[in-house]
Design a protein around this ligand. Structure first.
Ligand SMILES: [Zn+2]
Length: 321
């Protein structure tokens, strides 16, 4: 019988749980809206309920443990949330020990970007690859790096805050409180804000006309219909991402960059511009590095969280981690 693990993807909007086997296959799943303002006791109760619902139909003897992916910053060495901005009351809160007490399984806690990087490394687009960087482009920008076949965690497990690379002095305000971060320019939120501002000044576009809301999906749809402003905005977004990724290539020297998150739905449209930027601006030895779409889609973090439990259990895998 194959062993199984419980993966939990705790977000500010949704909390998702899955039973995952050793091959990274999702055997069962459950999710609900996060009661984000209700405090840790209620949110951990939600996780407990989802996990117990999934485990009710499983052989508990086959369960190796629970992995939790959560937004940072977290101290993943001690399993403590330091301060999760989207979840009320998660300041210096011991998620791992508290959840382990409730579920009676070992619990590993990981930053959501790193968990997704692990998911893609163990079971997705970076499977079998020693050096990869995962980047999620969504409301914000996050990620994680697998280098030399090991998860790069850094002090307190906080490595991989890719969105907060400082790229513009005194630039746009970032949700982290600083100015000029990569996220403040390249995230889906920044892309949409730029589209709204530019469409308001442009009479030669269909964007936002007739009272239609401008979101990233609308910009890509208008681009496909030949709207010049929409296509310019998409090219600019690809260039911003390409610029950020070029720095990642130079710093980490990955064999591939894996892109996930909401904007990766339009990966095919963004990819040529990203790759063009890299081939123009990366140092010669880095120009051939490929940027690819996440293979696990929106499940990278969920499956990666379960992979944490397998990695924590198996000494040989832990040695490689
Ligand atoms: Zn920032």
């Amino acid at each position: 019988m194959t062993e199984i693990a419980v993966g939990i993807d705790l977000g500010g909007t949704q909390v998702r749980a899955a039973l995952v086997d050793e091959g990274g296959n999702i055997l069962a799943r459950a999710e609900e809206r996060t009661d984000a303002m209700a405090g840790p006791d209620r949110v951990l109760g939600q996780i407990q309920e989802l996990a117990e619902r999934l485990l009710a139909g499983a052989d508990k003897a086959l369960v190796v443990g629970v992995g939790v992916s959560a937004p940072g910053p977290l101290d993943t060495e001690s399993g403590v949330a330091l301060d999760i901005p989207t979840l009320k009351g998660f300041q210096r809160y011991p998620i791992a020990s508290e959840l382990s007490r409730r579920l009676l399984f070992p619990v590993s806690l990981e930053n959501d970007g790193i968990a997704a990087a692990i998911g893609e490394w163990q079971f997705g687009a970076a499977r079998g690859i020693e050096h990869s960087v995962y980047v999620t482009i969504s409301t914000g920008i996050g990620g994680g790096a697998i280098i030399d076949g090991r998860v790069l965690r850094g002090r307190k497990g906080m490595a991989g805050h890719i969105g907060h690379m400082s790229v513009v002095p005194y630039g746009e305000l970032c949700p982290c409180g600083n100015r000029g971060c990569f996220e403040a320019y390249g995230s889906g939120t920044a892309f949409t804000a730029r589209a709204r501002a530019r469409a308001a000044e442009c009479s030669e576009t269909t964007l936002g006309k007739d009272g239609h809301v401008i979101d990233s999906r609308a910009v890509f749809a208008a681009g496909r219909a030949g709207d010049p402003l929409a296509n310019r905005l998409i090219e600019e977004e690809a260039e911003i991402l390409g610029r950020g990724f070029t720095s990642l290539l130079h710093i980490f020297s990955p064999s591939i960059v894996v892109v996930g998150g909401g904007l990766s739905h339009e990966f095919d449209r963004l990819h040529p511009g990203i790759q063009n930027y890299i081939s123009e601006w990366a140092m010669p030895a880095f120009k051939d590095v490929q940027v690819v779409r996440a293979a696990l889609g929106q499940n990278s973090g969920l499956v990666g969280a379960a992979a944490l439990a397998f990695l924590a259990k198996t000494p040989s895998r832990r040695a490689a981690c």
